[in-house]
Write a protein of this length. Structure first.
Length: 321
């Protein structure tokens, strides 16, 4: 039975938000906070966590979310989350996504007015770098050009009707890479697909920053070409050639290691600069002390000169007498 939420004079179907996580303590709080501030509140927020070892679960609990097992991959996490969801619509989000307060409202308005069953979003980078804007704008153009005959979408944000999800049996867990693209394509075949206009989702560029923009762009293109001419990437060997890490967990661990090294370097530089500043402050104090002494000596010399002058004056007077 569908859940109906009433806002102002309009009724909207209920939305279950499903977020996949693995050691996302630095990102999950920001996303959950933005979901709390939505103009149309989600019916429920489900966090499918893949056994995080940091504070991800504790942060998720503090926002009264429903925590469920995340499995061994993003695909399993999304499917597990959907299994527990009760809403009429499923909004799949990555933990590092950033959305505006009217994100759900505008999404619902679009799918209801245009009679869409599944939608994806245009992406905007999490950085201000021109290269990132060019990369994601190119991807947006590609998605929009193909939306009528070959639907495409990224797992960072997919909005889908419950019955469509059930009809295509969710995400294909046999796919090693590009399962989000496959899901959108299959959903678009059995339902009406669209790209929500004027609603963007902020896409984290951390993988591009860690692995290198050129490498990640080349890998993304290689995966797309493989999917067009051969099919979905179900072979682990093929997946490992395109993406040079065995699994998501290993990649995140590498990211954490690099991040800790970067933080340690920053800390060393900060300590070095602080020590330099302390030394400069000490030198300044020494200079002030020496200046004070010099001023004192000058005063003493001036006194002796005045005395000497007086003595000479007296001596001259005596001579005159």
């Amino acid at each position: 039975m569908s859940q109906i939420q009433k806002y102002s004079t309009r009724e909207y179907p209920s939305v279950s938000v499903i977020i996949i996580t693995l050691n996302e303590e630095e990102n999950i709080g920001q996303l959950l906070k933005s979901l709390q501030r939505q103009t149309i509140k989600p019916y429920e927020i489900i966090v499918a966590d893949a056994n995080s070892t940091d504070k991800t679960r504790a942060i998720a609990r503090s926002y009264n979310t429903i925590i469920v097992p995340g499995g061994n991959s993003p695909t399993q996490g999304r499917n597990y989350g959907a299994k527990y969801a009760k809403g009429d619509w499923f909004l799949f989000l990555d933990a590092d996504a950033i959305i505006k307060p009217d994100f759900i409202e505008k999404s619902l308005q679009y799918v209801l007015s245009k009679k869409k069953d599944v939608v994806a979003y245009n992406l905007t980078p999490s950085t201000q770098k021109k290269i990132d804007k060019i990369l994601l704008n190119s991807l947006n153009i590609y998605f929009n050009l193909l939306k009528e005959f070959w639907p495409q979408g990224v797992g960072v944000g997919i909005f889908c009707k419950r019955n469509i999800f059930e009809k295509i049996k969710g995400f294909d867990e046999s796919i090693e890479l590009g399962e989000d693209m496959d899901f959108v394509r299959r959903a678009g075949k059995v339902g009406s697909f669209g790209m929500v206009p004027k609603v963007r989702i902020t896409f984290s560029m951390r993988r591009f920053e860690e692995d290198g923009r050129l490498k990640m762009t080349a890998r993304t293109i290689a995966a797309g070409v493989y999917r067009i001419f051969i099919g979905e990437i179900r072979n682990k060997k093929v997946q490992s050639k395109i993406i040079n890490y065995e699994n998501r967990k290993e990649w995140l661990e590498n990211v954490e290691t690099k991040k800790k090294k970067k933080e340690l370097r920053s800390k060393k530089i900060k300590t070095f600069l602080q020590n330099k500043l302390v030394n400069v402050a000490k030198y300044r104090l020494e200079v002030i002390k020496y200046k004070t002494k010099i001023h004192r000596y000058k005063s003493e010399i001036a006194k002796y000169r005045r005395r000497l002058s007086k003595l000479r004056t007296k001596k001259n007077k005596r001579k005159l007498k």
